[in-house]
Design a protein around this ligand. Structure first.
Ligand SMILES: *Cc1c(COP(=O)(O)O)cnc(C)c1O
Length: 367
């Protein structure tokens, strides 16, 4: 059997007719930047996330940078976040001109709220939690700390569209939520794209200006800013995909239940367990595995793609050198980075393929 880690082409093959027709309509309209399709997608996305507004931008990374800039977070400011995420989680802070401050994570791979207060100082302006793997961070605790210290919360929801914490969708808790539509994400463009969710009208208006070269009207440029908009062609095909998102999310959750059922008996691996107050959307299904490198090799021999998200924590990346972290600075993050392994979890996986993956993992540890 050959089971890739993801099957990006598969999803598009199934929707080919619908997607081509949506693209064709954009070609015919001649409207390639913003316009009705982008607005329709933004409105649907805001509805999905339970916020008043949503804004389409160029990438998830830009969503994060523009959000911080909209909150006037720049030089002299600090933002508290995690180091076990994709690099954008921290680079956005530096790119906005501020300083990323890392705290360690818990067994759920999300920010450990008990460690946040210690990292706060007079320069701290925001907390940037990530809903990593598609599992919501502990928003009750995070919002409580933010409120007590008058900090903004910017949620990195790039992996977590439709995830819920206490029956409320992620992206609706903080001042701003940031999403990625990168082809690997649960809801994806055929190229790059990003979304911002927000309730505050002033912030919404500010970010409309920030994504559009700083123009507040046709001829008035209020502030230097890049050009970062969601392409109309992407919005049109995303409106098609949006109709299937619930089905895909349910399928990811079913796949996760299967793994949870058949892998939790193995003492050599640790499987994520969902809490009753959370709904995880399993962007990745991350286990912690004894003998990880050999397991990856074994799975590869058996035709199964598995990946590590992420092998090098951000605080130990060359780009982070100036921040002064060292091996040992974030013990849980670093320990997990040596054990974690993401198994295939995409919606198109068949029962037969899931069984095969589970059997191979069991065989590996029993041989
Ligand atoms: C993918 C991702 C991003 C960046 O999104 P892009 O659209 O690739 O710029 C940011 N944060 C996290 C957690 C991600 O997974």
């Amino acid at each position: 059997m050959n089971i890739p880690y993801v099957d990006l082409a598969g999803q598009n093959t199934l929707l080919k007719k619908e997607i081509l027709s949506a693209i064709n309509n954009v070609l015919k309209s001649g409207q390639f930047i913003l316009g009705d399709k982008v607005k329709d997608f933004e409105d649907s996305f805001a509805g999905l996330c339970g916020t008043k507004y949503a804004l389409g931008v160029g990438t998830g990374t830009d969503a994060l940078i523009l959000s911080l800039r909209a909150l006037d977070i720049g030089e002299g400011s600090e933002v508290i976040t995690v180091a076990n995420s994709f690099v954008s989680t921290a680079s956005c802070i530096a790119l906005a001109g501020a300083k990323p401050v890392f705290v360690d994570v818990g067994e759920d791979y999300n920010i450990n709220p008990a460690l946040v207060e210690n990292a706060i100082n007079p320069r701290t302006k925001a907390i940037l939690p990530v809903h990593l793997t598609g599992r919501p961070a502990d928003m009750t605790a995070i919002l409580k700390i933010a409120k007590a210290h008058n900090l903004a919360v910017v949620e990195d929801c790039a992996q977590a569209v439709c995830a819920e914490y206490k029956n409320k969708p992620v992206g609706s808790f903080g001042a701003i939520g940031c999403f990625s539509l990168h082809p690997l994400k649960n809801l994806s463009a055929c190229g790059d794209g990003g979304m911002i969710t927000v309730n505050d009208e002033n912030l919404y208006k500010k970010m409309q200006i920030l994504r559009n070269n700083g123009f507040s009207s046709r001829n008035d440029c209020d502030v230097w800013s890049p050009n970062s908009r969601l392409d109309t062609v992407q919005a049109a095909l995303l409106l098609v995909k949006l109709k299937y998102l619930k089905e895909w999310t349910d399928k990811r959750r079913e796949n996760a239940s299967f793994y949870q059922k058949y892998l939790s008996g193995l003492t050599q691996i640790k499987v994520p367990i969902e809490q009753p107050y959370e709904k995880s959307v399993y962007h990745t299904f991350v286990i912690q595995a004894e003998n990880r490198e050999k397991l990856i090799e074994y799975l590869k021999e058996k035709g199964i793609g598995a990946k590590i998200h992420y092998p090098i924590p951000i605080h130990l990346q060359p780009a982070a050198k100036k921040l002064g972290y060292k091996p040992g600075s974030l013990p849980v993050t670093e320990r997990q980075s040596k054990l974690i392994l993401s198994l295939p979890i995409y919606p198109g996986l068949s029962k037969k393929e899931l069984k095969y993956i589970v059997n191979c993992i069991c065989d590996f540890y029993q041989q």
